[in-house]
Ligand binder design. Structure first.
Ligand code: NDP
Length: 464
């Protein structure tokens, strides 16, 4: 590494953004000040009132225009993400397309914010789903575009305004998305991106009384702070936090398929994925055979040129994060095998498979958030469930078996918000996503996400 700071906060409130693939400085960006954040929130308050007063069909049309603007900018957004976040181009294109799809999906919601009619004595009772007002969305650096869209698309659809705080290291696509909203004709102030520090901009979303809900995605430690801050104003909060998910492989499974897909369940986005199945649990009777199959699959992951369509894995996002990941693999004592990675410059870390000495080793318990996976044996079904649940987290996971009864028993037994059977897939915009235990609070995506950005108002109308 050439010694250029990854992203240094300078006096005067700006940041040097660094390309993680080669450590070149790509831009210097000013941080938002507290006064700018407060002004933006006030602006959002008035924009929201006008937005909520529009007929639902007009709000739906606005979101469709926003989706179309994103569709026209997929390549531009993808190239920004390659440069700013170190994502391979094929993955970055998928992410920009996903933003378009999320917006399209929630563009139907304004006309489907359906209340209830409830039979009561002496009149009728109706409920309305009222927008909250201004929603603050705080996102991390691992999937800057997609995670932002999971917050802003349903929030806007429900009639709210949004202020978005991107991670300090990766703000460029979020800034462009707010410009695209304006270009699509959404009202000024309705959707604003405010780059800056978490302990300045992010904290202001929590403390400013005009922000009525905070959607936070990031580490469990910061999520706890955000939740405690929201408690002071009894402010609504959704938290999507860390994970240490299990990929559970039974002896009766299609072992070849389970081994061939296991790298993609953890090394996608260089393991910087809250859904990463970073613990592979394998039934003891097939453990050795599984490891034989896993080795070529891991060594076959293509790591390198981010502009090559076939590249599957890029670098870690920043030097500080590289150092954190590297601290979990100080030597080769637990390493079973590794894939390849460029030497540098850039924050390249090879796909790494560990055989931990115990079930309580920190590589087994901590969210490493890099391309590092631990493989552990289990004895039987109940041991597999107990081992999968032996974590403070409960976000994701996979179960590999040909026995449908076992698939259902183990799915019900694992304390996790999102499981897949005989698959490593994690997220679909049309299905709910969120965590058990310290992986979070509330759900994003799916058919109910827009109503999570409303208050239910109950009105009784006397017929006397
Ligand atoms: P953080 O939780 O610190 O950051 C997430 C977002 O919160 C960023 O936008 C950050 O801003 C902002 N933020 C930071 N402090 C505050 C605060 N006091 N109030 C409000 N917002 C705040 O995660 P890190 O980026 O530090 O990553 C640390 C670890 O967290 C990772 O190594 C990984 O283990 C985990 N993580 C999990 C993610 C997930 O999807 N579950 C995503 C990212 C990280 P800023 O960038 O300016 O600090």
């Amino acid at each position: 590494m050439n010694g250029i700071p990854t992203s240094s906060i300078r006096e005067g409130g700006s940041i040097h953004l660094v390309n993680p693939a080669d450590e070149t400085v790509i831009r210097e960006l000013a941080h938002s000040t507290l006064a700018e954040v407060d002004d933006a929130i006030l602006h959002a308050v008035s924009a929201q009132k006008a937005w909520a007063a529009l007929p639902p069909a007009e709000r739906a049309a606005g979101l469709r225009r926003f989706a179309a603007a994103v569709a026209g900018a997929v390549e531009e957004l993808a190239l920004l993400e390659v440069m700013n976040s170190g994502h391979p181009i094929a993955q970055a294109r998928w992410e920009a397309g996903h933003v378009r799809d999320v917006l399209t999906y929630y563009s139907a919601a304004p006309e489907r914010m359906i209340g209830k009619t409830i039979p009561v004595d002496g009149g009728i009772d109706v409920t309305f789903l009222e927008p909250l007002g201004v929603v603050g969305v705080i996102v991390p650096w691992n999937f800057p575009m997609t995670i932002a869209a999971w917050g802003f698309a349903p929030a806007l659809a429900a009639g709210n305004a949004v202020v978005l705080k991107p991670a300090e290291w990766t703000p460029l696509t979020a800034i462009r998305l707010a410009e695209l909203a304006l270009e699509a004709g959404l009202p000024e102030g309705l959707f604003q991106t405010l780059p800056g520090r978490g302990d300045v901009v992010g904290e202001r979303f929590v403390t400013n009384e005009n922000v009525r809900k905070v959607v936070f995605t990031g580490s469990t430690a910061t999520g706890k702070k955000v939740m405690a801050g929201c408690a002071h104003q009894v402010k609504a909060v959704t938290l999507e936090l860390g994970g240490k998910s299990a990929n559970v492989v039974f002896a009766d499974s299609d072992l070849e398929k389970a081994a061939a897909t296991a790298p993609y369940a953890v090394f996608e986005n260089a393991g910087q994925d809250c859904c990463a199945r970073s613990r592979i649990l394998v039934e003891r009777s097939v453990f050795d055979r599984f490891m034989e199959l896993l080795e070529p699959a891991v060594k076959g992951v293509t790591v390198g040129d981010l502009y090559d369509e076939s590249t599957e894995m890029g670098p870690l996002v920043a030097k500080a994060h590289f150092d954190k990941v590297a601290s979990y693999v100080p030597d080769d004592s637990q390493v079973a095998f590794r894939g390849s990675a460029p030497a540098g410059p850039g924050f390249w870390f090879p796909p790494t498979v560990l055989l931990p000495g115990s079930r309580t080793d920190r590589v087994v318990t901590d969210e490493i958030f890099g391309p590092v996976v631990s493989v552990l044996p289990f004895d039987d079904e109940s041991d597999a469930i107990a081992l999968a649940n032996d974590s403070v987290y409960g976000l994701s996971g996979s179960i590999w078996t040909r026995d449908i009864g076992r698939a259902l028993r183990v799915s019900r037994g694992i304390e996790s918000g999102n499981l897949s059977v005989n698959s490593h897939s994690s997220v679909r915009y049309s299905t709910p996503f969120g965590g058990f235990k310290q992986s979070g609070l509330g759900r994003e995506l799916g058919p109910d996400a827009a109503s999570a950005f409303t208050e239910t108002k109950n009105v009784f109308i006397s017929t006397d």
